[in-house]
Ligand binder design. Structure first.
Ligand code: SF4
Length: 277
């Protein structure tokens, strides 16, 4: 073995050790302790500049995450920690059938309908809220009623139809009285979301509302700290904006929401234009 081989072997075993350590820490602490490691990671695409550019792409999006390339090894690694049959579901429909009777947390007993998700199974963008509300619980579909109609308008403002994207929630069952999801409920339900994302393989997540965003990102931040930045959820870029139900109560937030989804649209367009023809 020459010196180059020795160096390579040492570097490979160090990488393997780091990977094992990251996996172990990840299973214990999630995103809080260990920054995600992935091959081919690169900085999020830049957006047109507005003001401070210290930690921003050339177009104004603060970069706090990394970009997945091809197969999402982070999602796979997290799902490998789950030892349940639905993890191998080959499609969204099968996954839905396998988990729709779930009673893992108390919300299974109080729900009217299980709310899996709807939309394009190959979507580049997945829209994620925190949990079903009353209308969703009654219909078994996420983002229906007035908030759903407003979401459709928001998507339409950036030239997407509802059926172009995939829409779901972190929790699949409604918390009574629309209370904030408990940490234990999120821990039980989030693996289903991971498998949904693993099957869809989106490039972007649009997180709707502070609770959904903080839950996904494992943060306790204010909306002002999360908006205008590109975050990371298991190797998928995340843009955060207001929940449509909050917009119905606070119409002054419509403009910032419009800015957020415009940022998402520009990133989506840049990603598309950078793909080989
Ligand atoms: S909220 Fe999630 S974990 Fe709880 S019962 Fe419903 S599907 Fe199962």
């Amino acid at each position: 073995m020459d010196s180059a081989d020795v160096k390579r072997t040492g570097s490979d075993s160090l990488k393997e050790e780091l990977r094992r350590y990251a996996q172990q820490q990840d299973s214990l602490f999630g995103d809080i302790i260990v920054p995600r490691m992935q091959s081919g990671a690169q900085v999020a695409p830049a957006l047109p500049s507005h003001g401070d550019s210290s930690d921003r792409g050339e177009a104004g999006a603060r970069v706090e995450g990394t970009k997945p390339q091809g197969e999402n090894s982070i999602l796979l690694e997290r799902l490998m920690l789950v030892n349940e049959p639905w993890v191998d579901a080959p499609s969204l429909d099968t996954l839905n059938q396998m988990i729709c009777s779930c009673q893992k947390c108390p919300l299974g007993r109080t729900r009217t309908k299980f709310v899996f998700g709807v939309g394009n199974p190959n979507a580049d963008i997945v829209v994620i809220g925190e949990a079903p509300g009353a209308d969703e619980d009654a219909k078994g579909e996420p983002f229906v009623g007035a908030a759903g109609q407003l979401l459709n308008k928001i998507l339409s403002a950036i030239n997407f139809r509802r059926e172009d994207v995939y829409i779901c929630n972190i929790l699949k069952c409604r918390p009574p009285g629309n209370r904030t999801p408990e940490r234990s409920e999120v821990e039980q339900c989030e693996p289903y979301l991971l498998r949904q994302l693993d099957l869809i393989k989106p490039k972007f997540i649009l997180a709707l509302g502070l609770t959904a965003a903080n839950t996904l990102l494992n943060r306790k931040a204010r909306m002002g700290e999360l908006r205008g930045a590109v975050h990371d959820y298991n190797g998928i870029k995340v843009v955060v904006t207001y929940h449509p139900a909050a917009l119905l109560r606070n119409p002054q937030w419509k403009r910032p929401t419009w800015e957020d989804v415009q940022m998402l649209r520009r990133m989506y367009d840049e990603t598309r234009s950078s793909q080989p023809a």
